[in-house]
Design a protein around this ligand. Structure first.
Ligand code: IMP
Length: 174
């Protein structure tokens, strides 16, 4: 077990559920018909599962996995594709679902490779954003919560593969 522990609860399970439901309605309003959702593993898996269940009507899903943090709480700036999509994106309305946008490097990489696959449209939904940490100017159309510069865990987000199962989001501190 690591020495860092989740301390203060930043966002409760109830706050998250309320906001995710609002985001889902906003997304459905913008895409009343076709919507192809791509979740970025592993961090987005819980956000995706709640978001998808709140979007009424037709939605198709696919998954990709990238690695941006080698280990711990500092970014390497390097993004590696670990798992590519199973389906083509040509002519589809595509929504990337990501857990958190920090420096923006991961999303910039994803948006670049996915926009090269000829989607009809490409937008991004992130549960969390840390605006003060941005290194690149990346466009995120749907943001759940803007947060301060803390390393956070829970609701899919991990520290060294731990704490993804917390129902809330907590700050990780020594
Ligand atoms: P970025 O490329 O710096 O924007 O980082 C994006 C990725 O870093 C996210 O998908 C997360 O996997 C990870 N990350 C960034 N900040 C945090 C955090 O506070 N907690 C857990 N993971 C984080």
């Amino acid at each position: 077990m690591s020495e860092l522990r989740p301390t203060e609860i930043l966002l409760s399970a109830a706050q998250i559920q309320k906001r995710v439901a609002e985001m889902a309605m906003e997304i459905r309003r913008d895409y009343p018909d076709d919507l192809h959702v791509i979740a970025v593993l592993k961090g987005a898996f819980i956000f995706l599962s709640d978001l998808a269940r709140h979007i009424p009507g037709h939605v198709s899903l696919d998954f990709m996995a990238v690695s941006s943090y080698a280990k711990g709480t500092t970014t390497s700036g390097e993004v590696r594709m670990l798992k590519d999509l199973d389906t083509a994106l040509d002519g589809r309305n595509v929504l990337i679902v990501e857990d958190i946008v920090d420096t923006g490097l991961t999303l910039t990489y994803l948006q670049q490779i996915l926009s090269n696959r000829n989607p009809k449209s490409l937008r991004t939904a992130c549960l969390l954003s840390k605006p003060s940490r941005r290194k690149v100017d990346v466009k995120v159309e749907y943001i759940g919560f803007n947060i301060e510069d803390h390393f956070v865990v829970g609701y899919g987000l991990d520290y060294d593969e731990q704490y993804r199962n917390l129902p809330h989001i907590a700050v990780l501190e020594p």
